[in-house]
Write a protein that binds this ligand. Structure first.
Ligand SMILES: O=C(O)CCC(=O)C(=O)O
Ligand SMILES: [Fe+2]
Length: 217
């Protein structure tokens, strides 16, 4: 039987009001977008409500992932992806990931509404996803917050112990973590069931080249 260790994050105040939270499992940046960028992303997401489709998984296991996703996010992609790129050196250093050549940064927007969840999975466990190295999840939602639950829960096997940690989705924050780590989204409670009240994420995966190992940041 493995020990379960619940990790307490430490924090680092930055000169601006960004705060970087450090744990062995993930990097979290609070106040990630400025207000105008956050508003642009929220407005875009709400305007695209009719374009969201049922989320899928590569294994197509029924009921494993219940939420709605938008795959065409090009119009707002730069808001997040450029900032994610600039975080990579720090993230790799903190998470002990050797620098790598980035081939692709995937992105999608997902809405978790009432009863939605994503069971325990890693983000690189199939032959189509094996070169995903780092996952990122940016959290945003309409104010006042009209959902509860939906914590991101890690359960990571670290040789002789299980590391467990739960993260509350926090307005305008981003989490980055190794794609191989097992994690899940706990069920969301959203009494109004309105799309606009969903737990929204702009999230994706940073893929590494399997042919070369230089850094291109
Ligand atoms: O929404 C989250 O907190 C995580 C989402 C996730 O794990 C995924 O889409 O692979
Ligand atoms: Fe995931």
């Amino acid at each position: 039987m493995q020990d379960i260790v619940c990790l307490e994050p430490g924090t680092d105040k930055q000169p601006d009001d960004k705060q970087v939270v450090k744990t062995p499992l993930y990097v979290q940046v609070l106040n990630f977008l400025d207000h105008q960028e956050w508003q642009t992303l929220l407005d875009y997401t709400l305007a695209q409500a009719n374009q969201f489709v049922c989320s899928t998984t590569f294994t197509n296991q029924p009921d494993y992932r219940v939420s709605q996703s938008l795959n065409a996010v090009a119009e707002v992609q730069l808001l997040i992806v450029d900032k994610v790129k600039s975080l990579l050196p720090q993230v790799c250093q903190q998470l002990d990931i050797p620098p790598f050549f980035v081939t692709l940064i995937e992105a999608q927007i997902t809405a978790h509404n009432d009863g939605n969840y994503y069971k325990l999975h890693s983000d690189n466990g199939s032959y189509d996803t094996f070169n995903r190295e780092i996952s990122y999840v940016y959290y945003f939602y309409r104010e006042p917050q009209a959902f509860s639950g939906g914590e991101l829960r890690f359960c990571v096997d670290d040789s002789d112990q299980l590391l467990e940690q739960q993260i509350t989705p926090q307005q305008n924050s981003i989490i980055l973590f190794p794609s191989r780590y097992l994690h899940e989204v706990l069920p969301v409670c959203c009494p109004s069931k309105m799309f606009a009240d969903s737990r929204f994420t702009f999230h994706g995966w940073i893929r590494k080249s399997v042919f070369a190992n230089p850094t291109n940041w």
